[in-house]
Design a protein around this ligand. Structure first.
Ligand code: F6R
Length: 369
């Protein structure tokens, strides 16, 4: 049942093209317009939403950060992302024009369930993005958008994360369509690019040996840092979390812009730093800024490993190793840039002889507060 792989995590990493494809499947009507029929929420209600609060924990919360960047950009509605366990204890501002979007693979995470219940009591609309049919969080929510990653067995989440990001894009595009915030042609272009993602993930998987080789060389690293910016920031956080969870290595993800505000003091000779590099084709100067971050850490002795878009020549001189991923729209990049980091963590943990699927101290679904 591991499909020929040694561990469920490896299998699930390799299931990702299908997880994304299946999550995209059947979401449009004959005219090419998004039709999220299963949502069970009145489109008129979605039109009236004035604020979205995304609630989730762990990896799912990083998917929520990507959701924020995409939804605010496309829908022009303010989106907050909050850890479920913090949300309920701070008297948050919620009313009946607030949409709560919960993200949960299991649909049983107690912290997220309690936060959703609390928001509902305060009059908010609740929408669950969930991978587990009929689980508690979608059952208790007004609306549901299922991810179709299939059962995720390994404790560390991989394919569910990519599916959650995919579903968040669908929700954003659907709201943009309802509210007339994007032209139909723009929505169709983004959807077409989304449909090309599974084959691009497959390309990254096909190049996995380069990443596994590096992981084996780096098995003794005591600490690894991850930098990213814009949607690369949650990807950096996720890369660090994977390494903590299964390889028990101290790892931190930072927003690259924060480097000079403190974390750069951590850099000394040989410190491994992964950098998730934005597309050089982005509208702004983020790419140049991140390239200069790479130079800064490199000048202080860091061993720099970059994840960049194919053809990005600017990173080569400052990177010990570059993992290239195929190009796509800047907002969609997390579906590709996450994959090398997952492969890296998985291979490094295996090299250390750890139980990749059942890491110590962790449970697949956290049903206590
Ligand atoms: C990370 C991981 C956890 C979960 C978190 C939320 O690999 O597995 O951080 O993402 O416990 O779980 P769900 O998504 O089931 O609510």
């Amino acid at each position: 049942e591991k499909g020929g792989y040694g561990t469920f995590m490896e299998k699930e990493i390799h299931d990702q093209p299908k997880a994304v494809e299946d999550t995209l499947l059947g979401r449009t009507d004959a005219s090419g317009r998004l039709a999220l029929d299963e949502l069970r929420i009145d489109p008129e209600e979605l039109k009236g939403i004035s604020k979205i609060i995304v609630l989730a924990c762990g990896t799912s919360a990083y998917a929520g950060m990507v959701a924020k960047y995409a939804i605010e950009h496309w829908v022009r509605v303010p989106v907050e992302v909050e850890l479920s366990h913090e949300f309920r204890y701070r008297d948050p501002i919620i009313d009946d024009s607030t949409l709560i979007v919960s993200l949960s693979q299991s649909g049983e995470t107690m912290d997220t369930l309690m936060a959703v219940r609390y928001a509902k009591e305060q009059g908010a609309r609740t929408l669950a993005i969930c991978n587990t049919n009929g689980s508690t969080i979608p059952r208790e929510s007004d609306a549901v958008l299922y991810t179709h990653a299939g059962p995720e067995i390994a404790v560390a989440s991989t394919k569910a994360f990519l599916a959650q990001i995919t579903a968040s894009y669908l929700l954003g595009l659907y709201m943009a369509q309802l509210r007339g915030k994007l032209f139909q042609g723009e929505i169709e272009d983004i959807l077409a690019d989304l449909h090309k993602i599974p084959a691009k993930i497959q390309e990254v998987l096909d190049g996995g040996e380069q990443i596994r080789e590096l992981a084996r060389e780096m098995a003794q690293a005591p600490s690894v840092l991850f930098l990213g910016r814009h949607v690369g920031y949650p990807v950096a956080m996720e890369g660090a979390l994977k390494l903590k969870e299964i390889a028990y290595i101290h790892a931190e993800g930072f927003a690259a812009g924060e480097l000079k505000h403190g974390p750069i003091a951590l850099i000394d000779e040989g410190q491994p730093v992964f950098v998730v590099v934005p597309s050089p084709r982005g509208r702004d100067s983020l790419h140049a800024k991140v390239v200069s971050n790479i130079q800064e850490v490199r000048a202080r002795g860091a061993k720099t490993i970059t994840v960049a878009e194919t053809g990005d020549a600017d990173v080569v001189d400052y990177s010990e190793t570059v993992f290239y991923v195929p190009e796509t729209q800047p907002l969609l990049m997390p579906l590709l840039t996450t994959v090398p980091l997952q492969i890296f963590a998985c291979a490094l943990a295996a090299e250390k002889g750890y139980d990749v699927d059942q890491p110590r101290n962790l449970a697949k679904s956290v049903t206590v507060e």
